[in-house]
Design a protein around this ligand. Sequence first.
Ligand SMILES: Cc1cc2nc3c(=O)[nH]c(=O)nc-3n(C[C@H](O)[C@H](O)[C@H](O)COP(=O)(O)OP(=O)(O)OC[C@H]3O[C@@H](n4cnc5c(N)ncnc54)[C@H](O)[C@@H]3O)c2cc1C
Length: 286
Amino acid sequence: MNPIKFLEPTDFSEASSLLDQYTDDAKIIAGGVSITLMLQQKLISPSVLISLGRVSNYDFIRHDQDGLHIGALTKLRDIERSDIVKKFCPALAHTFSVVGNVRVRNQATIGGNLSAADYAADPPSMLAALNARVQVQGPEKKREISLGKFFLGFYTTALESNEILTEVVIPNLSSSARAAYHKYTSISAEGRPCVAVGAVADFDADGKCLDLRIAVGAAVETPQRLNSAEAMARGQILTDELVAAIAEEYSLRLDPLTDVRGSAWYRKEMIRVFVKRALQEVRNDR
Ligand SMILES: Cc1cc2nc3c(=O)[nH]c(=O)nc-3n(C[C@H](O)[C@H](O)[C@H](O)COP(=O)(O)OP(=O)(O)OC[C@H]3O[C@@H](n4cnc5c(N)ncnc54)[C@H](O)[C@@H]3O)c2cc1C
């Protein structure tokens, strides 16, 4: 067997040109947390690894008039600890703080976490509820994809085979908006989520809900928002009855999967519980 060729481009444009050149034989390696496991387990056998380790200036966290910008090579641990992220949206910093364990978070990058498109992940649901989008670089052009359109299915994204995720952008939240992330683990406290719920709500001065976005992940193939359930909140006070009805809608309408972390039936029950808790948090947090 030929040894794997290890290439180290110094910018994303060069990296995507290499992807283009080697097509299906090549794989990007960022933090290496997922991909080294896939290589060890022989789930993939690329002949070329394109490391992003020498690409500089893409481990940044910046806030400007467009929102929060996080470079693809930013480690999860740096996002969790960032004062900029904590000020922008404490629930977002919390989301990164509950990924796996500190060893994983010190190594893994946000670009790798999203590009892996593992359904049992934490950041995708919170970022989907925050209406995040990703910037991607191809050999010739850059483009932006909303996170709602980025995840296509199990381990599948909208990235073309020669594209690289370069940045995540999270639009500014209004000063009256509140966010919450609830992770339910069924096996171990440090484990991957069985159910993941990201919620963002905005309220007027009378406490009526102006906007509600809830994305449920980990229990389903890709993070799911339900327009019908979100619409139930608009213009309403989030009473206990309404919170319960919205949680019920998510439990009824989503079609969860069965895996080692729980059956489809069990996940429906847990979706109801954790959507309710996330809603209670955004409501009570005002
Ligand atoms: C023990 C353990 C526990 C875990 N627990 C959790 C958890 O609780 N919650 C959770 O969310 N995750 C969890 N994970 C998953 C972990 O967060 C991901 O493995 C990690 O975020 C991947 O990031 P990385 O930078 O290491 O990516 P890599 O492993 O380097 O790459 C992952 C995939 O993305 C591709 N890729 C990487 N960067 C880019 C890019 N910029 N553009 C295009 N493609 C790219 C690679 O080709 C590869 O296919 C856990 C993992 C382990 C090993």
